[in-house]
Design a protein around this ligand. Sequence first.
Ligand SMILES: Cc1cc2nc3c(=O)[nH]c(=O)nc-3n(C[C@H](O)[C@H](O)[C@H](O)COP(=O)(O)O)c2cc1C
Length: 352
Amino acid sequence: MHAFYDPTRTYEENLAEGPFGLPSDTAPSLPSTAELWGHPVAAPFGIPAGPLVGSAACEAAFRLGFDVNVYKTVRTRRHAAHPFPNTLAVHLEGDLTSSTPMPLLADDAWDRGRSISNSFGVPSSDPDVWQADMARAVAAAGEGQLLVGSFQGTTGSGDGSVDAYVADHVLAARLVAETGARAMEMNLSCPNEGTSSLLCFDPDLVTRVAAAVKDEIGDTPLVLKLAYFADDEALERLVAQTDRIVDGYAAINTLPARLVDAAGAQALPGEGREVSGVCGAAIRWAGLEMIERLSALRSRRGSDVTLVGVGGVLTVDDYSALREAGADAVMTATGAMLDPMLGHKVRAAAAR
Ligand SMILES: Cc1cc2nc3c(=O)[nH]c(=O)nc-3n(C[C@H](O)[C@H](O)[C@H](O)COP(=O)(O)O)c2cc1C
């Protein structure tokens, strides 16, 4: 329970001392069963940006047979985490949709939770700290394994202009490239401070940022991490503008919900946290639907972008469903936190 990221401890404790209580197993090596951006992988399965806050957690993920893992999103300068707690068990039977009655109960009853909250504010160390650590995570990938570096830009960088915001993404990408990461993910799907909406819903700005970043990193694969798009036309427009620039899309991040404790008070402390992101079983439908739509767009447009399916993958069957829907790779954050042996299980299925 709580593998890779322990929600009962602070982000800083997880970063400095984690991971806690993981099995000591080492997954046997496996011939590669797939290829991602030209790199053979034992199984196209791993942990997305989030639970792996540092190289020790990445190393443990690789050891346990998660083969494609993302180092938690970094920035070009230090950024503090939202106050503790950041993850709570969210109690909801069935799917979280736009018609789910709000609010939802969120607490620390982990034994009953298959969905969780995720409210960190994308904390980061300074690059001189995370670059060395990310380089260690890159080196921890064995044969048939791949470390992906995730980054995002920070609003208000430099003189606060849009140009400076674009330049901050480019700098972040350059700093990640310097670690030796062989693939990168640009997070467009977490609320950034000072913005009410997500960057992925601004196709013109995404296009500008993606082109500038690709200019900087050259052939290194660049994946865009997307939120759930309710609007089909908006998704189509984003893809039409970017699928000749970038190398893939990862979807989804979390779905928003209003979370309260048993007394009906705001569950996560602090301003702007009435609504927070929910991940796990309750959002599985949305991850699957996004991959189905992205896969249909890929076929229609004759593009060869790589699709990474994320959201509510708790079992091998959930992995298979996303693969059948068109995902080239699948990742799970909540699933890995609940079951550290899921990498083993998916590998066994992939080898059959
Ligand atoms: C503890 C935690 C931290 C996360 N931090 C990030 C992050 O820094 N960047 C990001 O793009 N997504 C982040 N996420 C979102 C996950 O990458 C993923 O998109 C989301 O949790 C849905 O997948 P799941 O249902 O398997 O948890 C985080 C998720 C969790 C659980």
